[in-house]
Design a protein around this ligand. Structure first.
Ligand SMILES: Cc1cc2nc3c(=O)[nH]c(=O)nc-3n(C[C@H](O)[C@H](O)[C@H](O)COP(=O)(O)OP(=O)(O)OC[C@H]3O[C@@H](n4cnc5c(N)ncnc54)[C@H](O)[C@@H]3O)c2cc1C
Length: 425
């Protein structure tokens, strides 16, 4: 299946669960209190053994004071695939031996809290793509005149100096203003794009039969050194023969992301300390199951095949191979890369997709209604409950988990949610 990428975008702007569900609601609802800059430190439990129940949450305020929020009915944890298991562990819910090793008294031995951590990995394959890719200069023009100001751009840093612009820069500024107005008024244009413009899902044939195991992402832009260094954490002087040429503002390039979507490797989240302000220990164990590298190689091969058969008269590529790896494997540009070279590229340049999940998974830690097993009045609703990682991006799936949790809570309190929000369609 191949399509344009679907994004959480409304009227040309990236949305979020805050914009979609919360914005404006807090002011209108007397029954909703949002406490910002609060760090939850543990779930307050009472009772013993199998009669334990969650009564509230302890948290630290912005000023470092300890406060509590007590629940009349239930406590919901939505702190994500790292935060939710950490909170359960800090509350004494988790593997007994691990809790005792960090000095947290065990209230409920639930061995799989924090286990089965999954994530997606991706490898960015860089191709020169004249006439197909969009240059960084084009992207900047579409973001309006401010994106073109010095020191990075050709317009003066101070808009007051625009009066003395030469004609070509006046034209550039006018075009940038036109595109910005187009985006504001129609929600269309380059500024509305995430640049992750197209996606393909398919099966490598190596995975499980019930689902595809591969995703290819097509970025229409090769981006700039800042993005490579800071977001992708790649040393551009190591990755590119000449980063000034490959990532010049006028270069037209593409990035194809090779992304196995049903990895077998599992990691874990463990407490590093009983102190809630200390980050937990996160072990990702990427590629610990050899299956995942086999799938990655198959997807990279497919990416090279798609690029080699690009549906136009334009030529894309060849694949940019970092010079040190090219030398190590005796690779000559334009030749078919060996499996050993592609594996080396994957091992050096795989990057998280930030899709962490499954650390409080349904069946192990919570039941099918998201209730923590063995504790009354406590649910988890976030990506941590996914029984396995979804074979695509996780944001929409996480939002669906939140919506389903709302239905479950409403249902168990005799409320028909449809009376408030209507029925679909
Ligand atoms: C940089 C980045 C880019 C991404 N891009 C995409 C994308 O393009 N498409 C896509 O589908 N998915 C994307 N994802 C993944 C997607 O955002 C996640 O899958 C999704 O947000 C998971 O939702 P969640 O509710 O489980 O956790 P989160 O959204 O992480 O929410 C958990 C919240 O709990 C808070 N929290 C944690 N611990 C505590 C505590 N002790 N006290 C108080 N608050 C706490 C956190 O600050 C956070 O706000 C991206 C993720 C990242 C990080």
């Amino acid at each position: 299946m191949a399509s344009l990428m679907q994004t959480t975008t409304r009227n040309g702007k990236r949305s979020s669960t805050y914009h979609a569900f919360l914005e404006g609601e807090i002011e209108q609802r007397p029954n909703l209190t949002v406490i910002t800059c609060a760090h939850a430190t543990r779930v307050i439990l009472d009772g013993e053994g199998s009669a334990q129940a969650a009564r509230g949450v302890e948290y630290r305020t912005e000023n470092g004071e300890t406060a509590t929020a007590m629940a009349r009915k239930e406590v919901m944890l939505s702190a994500g695939a790292v935060g939710s298991p950490q909170l359960l562990l800090l509350s004494g819910i988790g593997p007994k031996d691990e809790l005792e090793a960090t000095g947290v008294p065990c209230r409920l031995n639930l061995p799989e809290v924090g286990k089965h951590l999954k994530d997606h990995l991706q490898v960015g394959l860089f191709f020169s793509a004249p006439g197909v890719g969009v240059s960084v200069s084009e992207v900047a023009i579409s973001m309006g005149p401010d994106a073109l100001r010095a020191p990075a751009g050709p317009l003066p840093a101070d808009p007051a100096d625009d009066e003395s612009l030469p004609p070509e820069l006046q034209g550039l500024k006018a075009e940038a203003e036109r595109r910005l107005v187009e985006w504001f008024t129609t929600g269309r244009g380059l500024a509305s794009s995430s640049m992750y413009d197209a996606v393909a899902f398919f099966s490598t044939g190596l995975g499980d039969e019930y689902s595809h195991d591969a995703q290819l992402g097509f970025f229409a832009c090769g981006y700039n050194p800042d993005l490579w260094e800071r977001c992708l954490r790649v040393d551009t002087h190591e990755f590119f023969d000449d980063p000034d040429v490959a990532l010049s503002p006028t270069a037209e390039s593409m990035i194809v992301l090779a992304n196995p979507v049903l990895p077998h490797s599992e990691g874990e989240v463990r407490l590093a300390s009983a102190d809630p302000t200390v980050a937990p220990d996160i072990q990702m164990n990427y590629y610990s199951d050899p299956h995942d590298m086999k799938v990655m190689l198959a997807i990279i091969r497919r990416a090279l095949d798609v690029v080699a058969h690009w549906p136009s008269h334009r030529q894309i590529g060849p694949l940019l191979v970092p010079p040190a790896l090219a030398a190590k494997h005796g690779y000559v540009e334009g030749e078919a890369p060996s499996d050993a070279l592609l594996e080396d590229i994957a091992r050096h340049y795989s990057l998280t997709v930030y899709h962490l999940c499954s650390t409080c998974r349904i069946g192990s830690v919570v039941d099918h209604e998201l209730r923590v097993k063995g504790v009354a009045g406590l649910r988890v609703a976030d990506a941590s409950v996914m029984p396995n990682i979804v074979s695509g991006n996780t944001n929409a799936a996480s939002i669906m988990i939140g919506e389903r949790a709302a239905e479950l809570i409403a249902g168990s309190n005799g409320v028909r949610l449809a009376e408030f929000v209507g029925s679909p369609g």
